[in-house]
Write a protein that binds this ligand. Sequence first.
Ligand code: BDP
Length: 695
Amino acid sequence: EDGYDLWLRYKPLPAAEARGYLKAARRVVTGPQAGETIAIAREELARGIEGLLRRAPAGSTRLAGDGAIVIGTPKDSPEIAALDLPLDRAGAEGYVIRSVRIDGRRAIVIAANEEIGVLYGAFHLLRLMQTLQPLDALDIVERPGIERRLLNHWDNLDRTVERGYAGQSIWDWHKLPDYIDPRYRDYARANASIGINGTVLTNVNADAVALTPAYLEKTAALADVFRPYGVRVYLTARFSAPIEIGGLDTADPLDPRVRAWWRDKASEIYALIPDFGGFLVKANSEGQPGPQDYGRTHADGANMLAEALAPHGGVVMWRAFVYSAENPDDRAKQAYDEFVPLDGAFRDNVLVQVKNGPIDFQPREPFHPLFGAMSNTPLALELQITKEYLGFATHLVYLAPMWKETLDADTYAAGAGSTVAKVVDGSLHDYPHTAIAGVSNIGSDRNWTGSHFDQANWRAFGRLAWNPLLSPEAIAEEWVRMTFSNDERFVAPVVDMMLGSHEAAVDYMTPLGLHHLMGTGHHYGPAPWVDDLDRPEWNPVYYHRADREGVGFDRTETGSNALAQYAPEAAAAFAAPETTPEEYLLWFHRVSWDFEMKSGRTLWEELVHRYTRGVEKVAAMRRTWAGLDELIDAERHAQVAAFLAIQEKEAKWWRDACLAYFQAVSGLPFPEGYDPPARSLDYYKSLSFPYAPGH
Ligand code: BDP
């Protein structure tokens, strides 16, 4: 058990359940015209059933007796065409699963309008078995809430991965297109099992070489592998590519030669990859080239690429992650300031891709104020699955609760109930396209994600992308059952651990709305003291503003007034320090060290309390895990145990370093009943990690 099988392990179920399911899974029936994707669904069902129930189902094109699973679309399966199924509710990618009688014989149908829906439905039925759900009287209709459910790989062509903690890039560019690593198919299969339907193969800090003919051939080879699994490929487009690989002397989006170059490039790509998804672009951000280099706007840049892709059906995902040195007032405000005036200026096939919060994937951020503020521009939500600011691969942090906070946040854009989820799924503003992106945590490690529990974050992203209304608890529970065990003695405590893990990390890293206290560059470990980097907004001190008087970033009227970027009803919740939810206190307010918290503690005491509580929660997770060793395989148990030990050590380091620093700044004594930091502030400052992974 090295984790390679992910949640698709298909280990034998307990005998009692297996017996019951066997009656319903004797054979898998496909129509005579079934295509490649239905064949994959049939194989998956056969593999799953054989593993779970220890008996391979017969494959057939005919019903014979009870217990068939009939799969297909009305086009390829006469049985399905003859049934009266609510396929209109399933859309292009959804499916219907029903217990039915066909000519008096009991069967389960997995029906869809397109073949991909059949594959998604097959994975659904297998999940029901894997998690021991009843199979009688099934009546399921599913369809995804969001059109494009994408992974964003920050993978470089040299196989390093920006912010990757799971080994090298899984794309072995050097051997492509001639060698097709079997992993590519397993990758597509895993993604299909959770409804992910697209992948951006390359880093947002893009390399124009990816658009050269040799690399497009490599990308086409991957696209060929992914296609039957419903996964389309996308690439990042470096804005200056026309200069770097096109021989032009400009990349000005209004220059006709530049426009022609991109049109030709798009045609070249689509000749190789007819279902190419489109481009993801980071422009005029952190040194990336962009339209502003030529005095043009983000809309000019995005529209040029959109025009090139439009005839082929591709989209542009233009990132709103921009901030510049010229705007040191408040980095949190910049994306809104730049993009809101452009609302309505983008072509139909442009989506603006926005991170969940206004700074940068911090352990906790309030929702990004662009959500709700651009009713004429489809906004895609970008989440980070890889844990750049959340302990890399070793810390156990289940991210669904954090993502859910964003999805459930109320923008009040069209009155109460205008959640971010409704912006992103297009229902609030009737967007022509919808998308959600997760920055991938996948690499060449045997277990894919660098740790066993980080697999849960990949899966949770896919599940929420399919249905943003799912609960983090339900997603955690099914993952635990599928990945480890159905033993209740294991499931309940592990789900609890997962659900509390994000709050624990917030506590030991950045409680009470603190943010960006991480080590310079690599973001490994605490460094709240850093104040000497070139640009003000690169320094932790810029974000916490601690001094002898108090701490926190005043984003109200008396400060940067970033608060005014939210709708009035949303802003009202954060307006006064006394009424702001404490988890956002220091994000929006600067308060004195003796500010009274709801607990009755002063702010300083509360800070010490939360940092300490975070460490205690990790210690508790460790104890819980240690007690579960009999219930799963030794191999995975041992690695998780070792990683939890690292997490506890690093949680203490975070606590002690941050508290030593804040104590030095505030000059306050350490409250009674709490251990003072183990080492001096100078010691924590002296630590250096030139080789921390993932830069
Ligand atoms: C930050 C990362 C950086 C990315 C950037 C981005 O530190 O590596 O390039 O985001 O999203 O979180 O473009």
